[in-house]
Design a protein around this ligand. Structure first.
Ligand code: LLP
Length: 387
Protein backbone atom coordinates (compact mmCIF):
# COMPACT_ATOMS: atom_id res chain seq x y z
CA UNK A 1 0.00 0.00 0.00
CA UNK A 2 1.44 3.40 -1.05
CA UNK A 3 0.87 6.60 0.82
CA UNK A 4 -0.58 9.07 -1.69
CA UNK A 5 0.16 12.56 -0.51
CA UNK A 6 -2.51 15.25 -1.11
CA UNK A 7 -0.02 17.80 -2.47
CA UNK A 8 -2.65 20.40 -3.40
CA UNK A 9 -3.89 20.43 0.21
CA UNK A 10 -0.33 20.53 1.53
CA UNK A 11 0.35 23.69 -0.46
CA UNK A 12 -2.14 25.55 1.74
CA UNK A 13 -0.88 24.32 5.10
CA UNK A 14 1.88 25.95 7.08
CA UNK A 15 4.87 23.65 7.41
CA UNK A 16 6.36 21.73 9.13
CA UNK A 17 3.66 19.29 10.19
CA UNK A 18 3.10 15.60 10.68
CA UNK A 19 0.80 13.87 8.22
CA UNK A 20 -0.80 10.56 9.15
CA UNK A 21 -2.14 8.19 6.51
CA UNK A 22 -5.11 6.80 8.44
CA UNK A 23 -5.93 4.23 5.75
CA UNK A 24 -2.49 2.73 6.22
CA UNK A 25 -2.81 2.92 10.01
CA UNK A 26 -6.13 1.05 9.92
CA UNK A 27 -4.74 -1.57 7.55
CA UNK A 28 -1.70 -2.04 9.81
CA UNK A 29 -3.81 -2.43 12.94
CA UNK A 30 -6.22 -4.79 11.21
CA UNK A 31 -3.32 -6.94 9.99
CA UNK A 32 -1.68 -7.06 13.42
CA UNK A 33 -4.97 -7.97 15.08
CA UNK A 34 -5.85 -10.58 12.45
CA UNK A 35 -2.45 -12.27 12.79
CA UNK A 36 -2.56 -12.18 16.61
CA UNK A 37 -6.10 -13.60 16.58
CA UNK A 38 -4.75 -16.78 14.97
CA UNK A 39 -3.56 -17.62 18.47
CA UNK A 40 -6.38 -17.36 20.95
CA UNK A 41 -4.27 -16.20 23.89
CA UNK A 42 -2.26 -13.35 22.24
CA UNK A 43 -3.08 -9.78 23.32
CA UNK A 44 -1.74 -6.52 21.89
CA UNK A 45 -1.10 -3.39 23.94
CA UNK A 46 -0.06 -0.27 22.06
CA UNK A 47 3.14 1.36 23.38
CA UNK A 48 1.78 4.88 23.82
CA UNK A 49 5.31 6.35 23.94
CA UNK A 50 5.61 5.82 20.18
CA UNK A 51 2.88 8.36 19.43
CA UNK A 52 0.38 9.81 21.88
CA UNK A 53 -1.49 11.97 19.37
CA UNK A 54 -5.14 11.71 20.53
CA UNK A 55 -6.31 10.70 17.04
CA UNK A 56 -3.82 7.84 16.95
CA UNK A 57 -4.91 6.75 20.43
CA UNK A 58 -8.54 6.93 19.29
CA UNK A 59 -7.71 4.57 16.41
CA UNK A 60 -6.26 2.10 18.94
CA UNK A 61 -9.37 2.33 21.12
CA UNK A 62 -11.65 1.76 18.09
CA UNK A 63 -9.80 -1.49 17.39
CA UNK A 64 -10.01 -2.60 21.03
CA UNK A 65 -6.24 -2.45 21.52
CA UNK A 66 -4.93 -1.96 25.09
CA UNK A 67 -2.15 0.43 26.16
CA UNK A 68 1.39 0.10 27.46
CA UNK A 69 2.31 3.26 29.36
CA UNK A 70 5.55 4.54 30.90
CA UNK A 71 4.35 7.64 32.74
CA UNK A 72 1.35 8.97 34.57
CA UNK A 73 0.80 11.30 31.63
CA UNK A 74 0.58 8.35 29.24
CA UNK A 75 -1.88 6.54 31.54
CA UNK A 76 -4.03 9.69 31.54
CA UNK A 77 -3.78 10.06 27.75
CA UNK A 78 -4.81 6.43 27.23
CA UNK A 79 -7.79 6.78 29.57
CA UNK A 80 -8.79 10.12 27.98
CA UNK A 81 -8.82 8.34 24.61
CA UNK A 82 -11.29 5.84 26.04
CA UNK A 83 -8.92 2.88 26.39
CA UNK A 84 -10.33 0.91 29.34
CA UNK A 85 -8.15 0.97 32.49
CA UNK A 86 -8.30 -2.83 32.66
CA UNK A 87 -6.34 -2.95 29.39
CA UNK A 88 -3.54 -0.68 30.62
CA UNK A 89 -0.11 -1.84 31.77
CA UNK A 90 2.30 0.61 33.39
CA UNK A 91 6.08 0.16 33.18
CA UNK A 92 9.08 2.38 33.94
CA UNK A 93 11.96 2.42 36.42
CA UNK A 94 10.99 5.70 38.07
CA UNK A 95 7.26 5.72 38.76
CA UNK A 96 6.57 8.49 41.28
CA UNK A 97 4.11 8.21 44.18
CA UNK A 98 1.74 10.55 42.34
CA UNK A 99 1.83 8.40 39.20
CA UNK A 100 1.34 5.17 41.17
CA UNK A 101 -1.53 6.64 43.20
CA UNK A 102 -3.33 7.88 40.07
CA UNK A 103 -2.88 4.53 38.32
CA UNK A 104 -4.23 2.69 41.39
CA UNK A 105 -7.20 5.03 41.51
CA UNK A 106 -7.85 4.48 37.80
CA UNK A 107 -7.75 0.70 38.36
CA UNK A 108 -5.17 -0.25 35.72
CA UNK A 109 -4.56 -3.90 34.84
CA UNK A 110 -0.94 -4.26 35.91
CA UNK A 111 2.21 -2.49 37.12
CA UNK A 112 5.37 -3.84 35.55
CA UNK A 113 7.71 -3.42 38.48
CA UNK A 114 11.42 -2.86 38.12
CA UNK A 115 12.87 -2.73 41.67
CA UNK A 116 12.24 -3.64 45.32
CA UNK A 117 11.84 0.00 46.48
CA UNK A 118 9.25 0.48 43.74
CA UNK A 119 7.18 -2.49 44.83
CA UNK A 120 7.36 -1.26 48.43
CA UNK A 121 6.01 2.11 47.27
CA UNK A 122 3.14 0.43 45.39
CA UNK A 123 2.37 -1.75 48.43
CA UNK A 124 2.17 1.30 50.71
CA UNK A 125 -0.02 3.31 48.34
CA UNK A 126 -2.31 0.33 47.64
CA UNK A 127 -2.62 -0.28 51.42
CA UNK A 128 -3.66 3.36 51.98
CA UNK A 129 -6.44 2.82 49.47
CA UNK A 130 -7.47 -0.63 50.68
CA UNK A 131 -6.68 -1.99 47.23
CA UNK A 132 -4.67 -4.90 45.87
CA UNK A 133 -2.42 -4.01 42.93
CA UNK A 134 -1.65 -6.58 40.25
CA UNK A 135 2.05 -6.59 39.42
CA UNK A 136 4.34 -8.29 36.93
CA UNK A 137 8.09 -8.48 37.40
CA UNK A 138 10.03 -6.90 34.58
CA UNK A 139 12.89 -9.32 34.11
CA UNK A 140 16.09 -8.26 32.42
CA UNK A 141 16.69 -11.23 30.08
CA UNK A 142 20.24 -10.19 29.10
CA UNK A 143 19.63 -10.58 25.37
CA UNK A 144 21.80 -8.48 23.04
CA UNK A 145 19.35 -7.33 20.38
CA UNK A 146 20.70 -6.31 16.96
CA UNK A 147 19.78 -2.65 17.06
CA UNK A 148 21.15 0.79 17.98
CA UNK A 149 22.94 0.84 21.37
CA UNK A 150 20.64 3.61 22.67
CA UNK A 151 17.55 1.47 22.16
CA UNK A 152 18.62 -1.91 23.54
CA UNK A 153 17.06 -2.45 26.93
CA UNK A 154 17.48 -6.13 27.76
CA UNK A 155 21.17 -6.16 28.69
CA UNK A 156 22.44 -6.66 32.25
CA UNK A 157 24.16 -3.24 32.03
CA UNK A 158 20.88 -1.40 31.26
CA UNK A 159 18.86 0.25 34.02
CA UNK A 160 15.74 -1.69 33.11
CA UNK A 161 14.20 -4.67 34.87
CA UNK A 162 15.34 -7.09 37.53
CA UNK A 163 18.34 -9.35 37.00
CA UNK A 164 18.04 -13.13 37.41
CA UNK A 165 20.09 -13.16 40.63
CA UNK A 166 17.61 -10.84 42.35
CA UNK A 167 14.45 -12.61 41.24
CA UNK A 168 13.99 -14.80 44.29
CA UNK A 169 14.34 -11.85 46.62
CA UNK A 170 11.77 -9.87 44.62
CA UNK A 171 9.27 -12.74 44.55
CA UNK A 172 9.70 -13.25 48.32
CA UNK A 173 9.12 -9.58 48.83
CA UNK A 174 5.91 -9.57 46.73
CA UNK A 175 4.65 -12.67 48.52
CA UNK A 176 5.11 -10.80 51.80
CA UNK A 177 3.01 -7.86 50.60
CA UNK A 178 -0.69 -8.03 51.39
CA UNK A 179 -1.63 -5.46 48.79
CA UNK A 180 0.23 -6.90 45.81
CA UNK A 181 -0.61 -9.91 43.65
CA UNK A 182 2.03 -11.27 41.32
CA UNK A 183 0.31 -12.03 38.02
CA UNK A 184 3.07 -12.15 35.46
CA UNK A 185 6.52 -11.72 34.03
CA UNK A 186 7.46 -8.90 31.69
CA UNK A 187 10.36 -8.68 29.24
CA UNK A 188 11.51 -6.23 26.57
CA UNK A 189 14.81 -6.58 24.71
CA UNK A 190 14.90 -3.41 22.65
CA UNK A 191 13.39 -1.59 19.72
CA UNK A 192 13.69 -1.55 15.89
CA UNK A 193 14.57 -5.26 15.79
CA UNK A 194 14.39 -6.91 12.37
CA UNK A 195 16.43 -10.03 13.20
CA UNK A 196 13.78 -12.57 14.24
CA UNK A 197 16.44 -14.69 15.97
CA UNK A 198 16.63 -12.04 18.70
CA UNK A 199 13.02 -12.81 19.58
CA UNK A 200 13.78 -16.55 19.38
CA UNK A 201 16.52 -15.97 21.95
CA UNK A 202 14.10 -14.10 24.18
CA UNK A 203 11.69 -17.05 23.94
CA UNK A 204 14.34 -19.46 25.13
CA UNK A 205 15.18 -17.20 28.10
CA UNK A 206 11.49 -17.04 29.02
CA UNK A 207 11.18 -20.83 28.71
CA UNK A 208 14.19 -21.42 30.97
CA UNK A 209 12.89 -19.00 33.55
CA UNK A 210 9.39 -20.45 33.55
CA UNK A 211 10.86 -23.93 34.03
CA UNK A 212 12.97 -22.76 36.96
CA UNK A 213 10.08 -20.98 38.64
CA UNK A 214 7.85 -24.02 38.26
CA UNK A 215 10.43 -26.53 39.44
CA UNK A 216 12.03 -24.49 42.23
CA UNK A 217 9.06 -22.56 43.60
CA UNK A 218 5.99 -24.22 42.09
CA UNK A 219 5.04 -20.90 40.49
CA UNK A 220 3.09 -20.64 37.22
CA UNK A 221 1.89 -17.11 36.52
CA UNK A 222 -1.14 -16.38 34.31
CA UNK A 223 0.48 -13.62 32.21
CA UNK A 224 3.65 -13.40 30.14
CA UNK A 225 4.46 -10.05 28.50
CA UNK A 226 7.23 -10.06 25.91
CA UNK A 227 7.28 -6.30 25.27
CA UNK A 228 7.61 -4.81 21.81
CA UNK A 229 10.51 -4.21 19.51
CA UNK A 230 9.40 -5.33 16.04
CA UNK A 231 11.16 -3.02 13.58
CA UNK A 232 10.04 -1.36 10.37
CA UNK A 233 11.79 -0.95 7.02
CA UNK A 234 12.88 2.69 6.97
CA UNK A 235 14.43 2.11 3.55
CA UNK A 236 11.15 0.84 2.04
CA UNK A 237 8.23 2.84 3.46
CA UNK A 238 5.89 1.93 0.59
CA UNK A 239 7.01 -1.54 -0.43
CA UNK A 240 7.07 -2.69 3.22
CA UNK A 241 4.35 -0.43 4.58
CA UNK A 242 2.81 -3.11 6.81
CA UNK A 243 5.33 -5.04 8.91
CA UNK A 244 5.37 -8.83 8.74
CA UNK A 245 3.24 -9.49 11.82
CA UNK A 246 2.55 -13.07 10.66
CA UNK A 247 6.24 -13.94 10.90
CA UNK A 248 6.63 -12.08 14.20
CA UNK A 249 3.77 -13.81 16.01
CA UNK A 250 4.77 -17.16 14.50
CA UNK A 251 8.19 -16.83 16.20
CA UNK A 252 6.44 -16.71 19.57
CA UNK A 253 3.89 -19.38 18.71
CA UNK A 254 6.67 -21.74 17.65
CA UNK A 255 9.30 -20.96 20.26
CA UNK A 256 7.59 -19.91 23.45
CA UNK A 257 6.37 -22.74 25.66
CA UNK A 258 3.37 -21.24 27.35
CA UNK A 259 1.97 -23.05 30.35
CA UNK A 260 -1.68 -24.07 30.28
CA UNK A 261 -4.01 -21.09 30.56
CA UNK A 262 -1.29 -18.48 30.13
CA UNK A 263 -1.97 -15.30 28.17
CA UNK A 264 0.78 -13.74 26.07
CA UNK A 265 0.95 -9.94 25.90
CA UNK A 266 2.78 -7.81 23.33
CA UNK A 267 3.62 -4.11 23.61
CA UNK A 268 3.95 -2.95 20.02
CA UNK A 269 4.78 0.66 19.29
CA UNK A 270 6.81 1.41 16.19
CA UNK A 271 5.47 -1.48 14.10
CA UNK A 272 1.88 -0.22 14.53
CA UNK A 273 2.37 3.48 13.80
CA UNK A 274 5.81 4.03 12.24
CA UNK A 275 4.98 3.83 8.55
CA UNK A 276 1.72 5.82 8.61
CA UNK A 277 3.43 9.11 9.52
CA UNK A 278 5.54 11.56 7.52
CA UNK A 279 7.03 14.88 8.52
CA UNK A 280 6.11 17.38 5.81
CA UNK A 281 8.49 20.29 5.40
CA UNK A 282 9.26 23.07 2.89
CA UNK A 283 12.60 23.95 1.40
CA UNK A 284 13.43 27.42 2.72
CA UNK A 285 16.68 27.85 0.78
CA UNK A 286 19.02 25.87 -1.41
CA UNK A 287 22.56 26.80 -0.49
CA UNK A 288 25.66 25.86 -2.40
CA UNK A 289 28.74 25.28 -0.26
CA UNK A 290 32.23 24.55 -1.61
CA UNK A 291 31.79 20.80 -1.71
CA UNK A 292 28.16 20.36 -0.70
CA UNK A 293 24.72 21.46 -1.69
CA UNK A 294 22.30 22.01 1.19
CA UNK A 295 18.53 21.86 1.09
CA UNK A 296 17.68 23.91 4.16
CA UNK A 297 14.17 22.96 5.27
CA UNK A 298 11.79 24.48 7.80
CA UNK A 299 11.64 21.34 9.98
CA UNK A 300 14.43 20.82 12.47
CA UNK A 301 15.82 18.22 14.82
CA UNK A 302 13.33 19.50 17.38
CA UNK A 303 10.49 18.22 15.16
CA UNK A 304 12.10 14.84 14.42
CA UNK A 305 15.11 14.05 16.57
CA UNK A 306 15.77 10.47 15.45
CA UNK A 307 18.45 11.25 12.82
CA UNK A 308 20.37 13.52 15.25
CA UNK A 309 19.90 11.26 18.27
CA UNK A 310 20.39 7.79 16.82
CA UNK A 311 21.89 8.47 13.41
CA UNK A 312 18.60 7.09 12.12
CA UNK A 313 17.80 6.94 8.41
CA UNK A 314 14.46 8.31 7.18
CA UNK A 315 13.74 8.25 3.47
CA UNK A 316 13.16 11.74 2.04
CA UNK A 317 11.08 12.53 -1.04
CA UNK A 318 10.60 15.77 -2.93
CA UNK A 319 6.84 15.87 -3.53
CA UNK A 320 7.02 19.02 -5.67
CA UNK A 321 9.55 18.02 -8.30
CA UNK A 322 10.09 15.32 -10.91
CA UNK A 323 13.30 16.91 -12.24
CA UNK A 324 16.61 15.11 -12.55
CA UNK A 325 18.19 14.12 -9.26
CA UNK A 326 20.98 16.01 -7.52
CA UNK A 327 22.78 15.38 -4.27
CA UNK A 328 21.81 17.33 -1.15
CA UNK A 329 22.42 17.40 2.56
CA UNK A 330 18.93 17.99 3.92
CA UNK A 331 19.36 20.14 7.01
CA UNK A 332 17.17 22.08 9.45
CA UNK A 333 17.41 25.64 10.78
CA UNK A 334 18.52 24.79 14.34
CA UNK A 335 21.82 26.07 15.70
CA UNK A 336 23.38 22.61 16.02
CA UNK A 337 25.63 20.86 13.52
CA UNK A 338 23.71 17.66 14.17
CA UNK A 339 20.53 19.23 12.79
CA UNK A 340 20.79 17.11 9.67
CA UNK A 341 18.02 14.83 8.35
CA UNK A 342 20.13 13.08 5.75
CA UNK A 343 23.49 13.61 4.08
CA UNK A 344 24.23 13.14 0.37
CA UNK A 345 20.69 12.17 -0.50
CA UNK A 346 19.69 12.05 -4.19
CA UNK A 347 16.56 14.15 -4.69
CA UNK A 348 14.81 15.59 -7.74
CA UNK A 349 16.18 19.15 -8.17
CA UNK A 350 15.09 21.17 -5.11
CA UNK A 351 14.07 24.81 -5.13
CA UNK A 352 12.76 27.24 -2.54
CA UNK A 353 9.17 26.34 -1.60
CA UNK A 354 9.34 22.67 -2.61
CA UNK A 355 7.57 20.30 -0.25
CA UNK A 356 9.54 17.33 1.08
CA UNK A 357 8.19 14.30 2.94
CA UNK A 358 10.41 12.72 5.59
CA UNK A 359 8.98 9.24 5.72
CA UNK A 360 8.41 6.56 8.38
CA UNK A 361 8.06 9.21 11.08
CA UNK A 362 4.86 7.98 12.74
CA UNK A 363 6.72 6.45 15.69
CA UNK A 364 8.96 8.47 18.04
CA UNK A 365 8.55 11.51 15.76
CA UNK A 366 5.82 13.84 17.02
CA UNK A 367 6.08 12.15 20.43
CA UNK A 368 9.72 13.24 20.84
CA UNK A 369 9.36 16.77 19.46
CA UNK A 370 10.61 19.59 21.67
CA UNK A 371 10.79 23.38 21.71
CA UNK A 372 14.50 24.18 21.39
CA UNK A 373 15.23 27.58 19.81
CA UNK A 374 11.73 28.75 20.84
CA UNK A 375 10.23 26.69 18.09
CA UNK A 376 6.56 25.75 18.15
CA UNK A 377 5.77 22.05 18.42
CA UNK A 378 4.76 20.60 15.05
CA UNK A 379 1.06 20.29 14.25
CA UNK A 380 -0.47 17.09 12.89
CA UNK A 381 -3.04 16.44 10.16
CA UNK A 382 -4.84 13.24 9.26
CA UNK A 383 -5.54 11.94 5.77
CA UNK A 384 -9.18 11.59 6.90
CA UNK A 385 -9.54 15.34 7.23
CA UNK A 386 -7.36 16.70 4.42
CA UNK A 387 -6.85 13.76 2.06
N1 LLP B 1 7.70 -1.98 25.84
C1 LLP B 1 8.72 -1.40 26.52
C2 LLP B 1 8.96 -1.79 27.90
C3 LLP B 1 9.52 -0.45 25.88
O1 LLP B 1 10.53 0.11 26.55
C4 LLP B 1 9.27 -0.09 24.54
C5 LLP B 1 10.08 0.92 23.85
C6 LLP B 1 8.19 -0.72 23.88
C7 LLP B 1 7.44 -1.66 24.56
C8 LLP B 1 7.82 -0.41 22.45
O2 LLP B 1 8.83 -0.77 21.60
P1 LLP B 1 8.62 -0.74 20.00
O3 LLP B 1 7.58 -1.79 19.66
O4 LLP B 1 8.18 0.61 19.63
O5 LLP B 1 9.95 -1.06 19.49
N2 LLP B 1 12.93 6.56 20.74
C9 LLP B 1 13.52 5.36 20.16
C10 LLP B 1 12.81 4.11 20.58
C11 LLP B 1 12.74 3.94 22.09
C12 LLP B 1 11.97 2.70 22.49
C13 LLP B 1 11.75 2.68 23.96
N3 LLP B 1 11.01 1.56 24.43
C14 LLP B 1 13.54 5.52 18.64
O6 LLP B 1 13.13 6.56 18.13
O7 LLP B 1 13.96 4.62 17.93
Amino acid sequence: MRTDFPIAAFNNIETPFYYYDMGLLRETLATALREAAKYDNFHIHYAVKANFNPMILAAMREQGIGADCVSGGEVKAAIAAGIPAEKIVFAGVGKTDREIADALDAGIFCFNIESVPELQAIEALAAERGKVAQVAIRVNPNVAAHTHANITTGLAENKFGINYEQLDEVIDCIEGCEHLTLIGLHFHIGSQILVMDDFVELCSRVNELQKQLREKRGIVLPHINVGGGLGIRYDEPDECAVPDFAAYFAVYAENLKLEKGQTLHFELGRSLVGQCGSLITRVTYVKRGTCKQFAIVDAGMNDLVRPAMYGAYHKIENLSSCDACEKYDVVGPICESSDVFCKDVELPHCKRGDILAIRSAGAYGEAMAFGYNCRALPKAYLSDSIG
